[in-house]
Ligand binder design. Sequence first.
Ligand code: GLU
Length: 309
Amino acid sequence: MQLGAGRFAPSPSGDLHIGNIRSGLLAYVRARQTGRRFLWRIEDLDRVQPGAAQSQLEVFADLGIAPDEPPLIQSERLGIYTEALNRLEGRGLVYECYCSRKDIQQAPSAPHSPPGSYPGTCRDLLESEREQHRQRLQQQGRSPALRLRTDNVEVTVEDRLLGEITAPVDDLVLKRGDGVFAYNLIVVVDDAASGVDEVVRGDDLATSAPRQAHLADLLGLPQPSWLHVPLVVNTAGSRLAKRDGAVTYQQLRALGWTPDDVYSWIATSLGVIGAKGSWSTIDDMVAGLDFDRIRTDETMFVPPSEALG
Ligand code: GLU
């Protein structure tokens, strides 16, 4: 029987910062501790910076980690995503949406729907109305997006660290107007195709889990279990970003950080300090990390401004 798998799926939109690295390392450690394969996915349908995917893999290689299989590359899998979309379409669960972002912001929200969810403008149009909208979009050089018909069901998933996560699933986009498959659809298709049965990632994506679980159900795919890890924040308490200073691996290396320094910072950030000393390799992290005891609050990263030593 094939082992289950965990994965890291960074968007190749630039260099990894210490927060992304921390989430990826946690995914790796969890896979090793639970006997799963560790897979890598290149989510390159959007926001790609040339060379970034390779450089992200090199950062992990420098930290002592190689994925167990060649990375899955999303841009090579468009036929598989089309097939999944067709399956939903065959069940009457897909409709065209002609709204612009502004249309959605300005529409009155549907009763009982959460803020920001799709108000359902295009859900129940007549075919004659659809034809008019198609022509209007065509004149503007735009194409319709494709949305999932959901009736705002509320879905609950169980997260190993966060407990129950409940979120309404609105009529999410499956394929954007510019023809790009939407994140939620392809994550679900790829995780199932790779045998990913536990998803470990940053908790900024925790509220996507109910949507992804719902999509997996509709596609007849198994749902993975979930473990969302707290994010690294900047000194102002917001999610760490490149503009916060020396935060990427390359910048830290240039300031004299070694892989040991990365592991030792990660140990401290997870509250693992003391008797046994801190970590300096991935093996230390695999041996020393107890997911039942990690800090579940956010961790602040203060970028170094000078070279070490
Ligand atoms: N590519 C996504 C990101 O970099 C992560 C997707 C996922 O882990 O589900 O934020």
